[in-house]
Design a protein around this ligand. Structure first.
Ligand code: ASP
Length: 337
């Protein structure tokens, strides 16, 4: 084959693989590929937690570590899927957040975790409901996405599939922390199902985690992982693993990860509302998210992180605080609570 034929074949095969890349400027004005990332560690109404500067710093440090590793990957040419996986895995491994290790306990003092990932280019979806022993629920969601025709697996069968695929499994003792045991006791005494981040009596722990990324090939991915609500009933499912409620991605519009009162996000199909507002009403990401968070959702119920195909990054919440890290319009990294 001659030289020009080889070049032609390379071009034909590479274009669909890489997609169309967009360009932006870095903080010193130099052109760079357009990449964006936003992550969250839960939204809530208990700023008491922030009174202790040690807590504040501990949360920020893990958020920063997760953000930096995932952002570095995107800069080095990694995909949005890789970045979302990296950020969420780090947050799941930290006891500080209500996902993976350190998840809240259900009414039977066990854990039951939900997670989902979606790719905006292909609309590939993987989600898991009620996994109990898979160390990283987001890896199980990704494995479901990449290996199965089905979108979602639940409970024991999901854990069996994780074992089959040789994902790391852990005993209950790995996930269960003393803080969560105490939290469950308080919830039981108050006969309450606690939103992880809404009880003033429970100022020590925060929530669900999520990430949304736009890579330099123009593709969006979104993922969310959670232990759900403390003292939740056996079998309860939140919004995080429900596509169109707590997690969604479409390269035509945006990627979304939500946190808050799952029941409220599910009944309003909040992530889908934002997507369709952009798709059919030509709404900007900012106005679509604002409408969903401040008009559709009940107040004090949660927040959203979102990244659009053109690189807009929006983080909005109707609670007092939301743990978050993101790259702003000047391509500066922000870690905020
Ligand atoms: N959205 C999660 C759920 O309802 C909880 C949270 O975000 O803290 O399961």
């Amino acid at each position: 084959m001659n030289y020009y034929a080889k070049i032609l074949i390379l071009v034909v095969f590479l274009i669909p693989v890489t997609g169309t890349s967009q360009v932006t400027k870095n903080s010193s004005g130099k052109a760079m590929p357009l990449i964006k990332l936003a992550i969250h560690g839960g939204a809530g109404n208990k700023p008491e937690i922030l009174k202790n500067p040690k807590n504040r710093e501990a949360y920020k440090a893990v958020l920063k570590e997760a953000f930096d590793k995932a952002y570095h990957q995107l800069k080095a040419g990694g995909t949005s899927e890789e970045a979302v996986m990296t950020a969420i895995t780090i947050l799941e491994d930290s006891v500080l957040f209500n996902a993976g290790r350190g998840s809240v306990l259900n009414a039977e003092a066990d854990i039951s975790m939900d997670a989902a990932i979606m790719l905006g280019e292909t609309k590939d979806v993987g989600s898991v409901i009620g996994t109990k022993r898979t160390k990283n629920p987001i890896k199980l969601a990704q494995t479901i996405m990449n290996h199965l025709y089905h979108n979602t697996l639940t409970g024991k069968d999901a854990d069996e599939f994780a074992k089959l695929k040789k994902l790391t499994m852990k005993p209950l003792s790995y996930f269960k922390t003393q803080e969560r045991v105490d939290q469950l006791e308080r919830a039981k005494k108050q006969n309450q199902v606690l939103l992880d981040h809404s009880s003033p009596q429970d100022p020590d722990k925060f929530g669900t985690v999520g990430a949304v990324a736009l890579d330099q090939y123009g593709h969006i991915a979104a993922g969310t992982s959670t232990g759900g609500l403390a003292n939740k009933m056996m079998g309860r499912v939140g919004d995080s693993p429900i596509i169109g409620a707590g997690t969604f991605a479409d390269d035509k519009t945006c990627g979304i990860s939500a946190t808050g009162k799952g029941e409220e996000f599910i009944r309003h199909t909040i992530a889908a509302q934002i997507h369709y507002d952009m798709l059919y009403n030509q709404a900007s990401l900012k106005s679509a998210v604002k409408k969903a968070v401040h008009e559709t959702l009940e107040s004090n119920t949660g927040g959203i992180i979102a990244v659009s195909k053109t690189g807009d990054v929006v983080l909005d919440f109707n609670t007092k605080i939301m743990f978050r890290a993101y790259v702003d319009e000047k391509n500066q990294i922000q870690v905020e609570i």
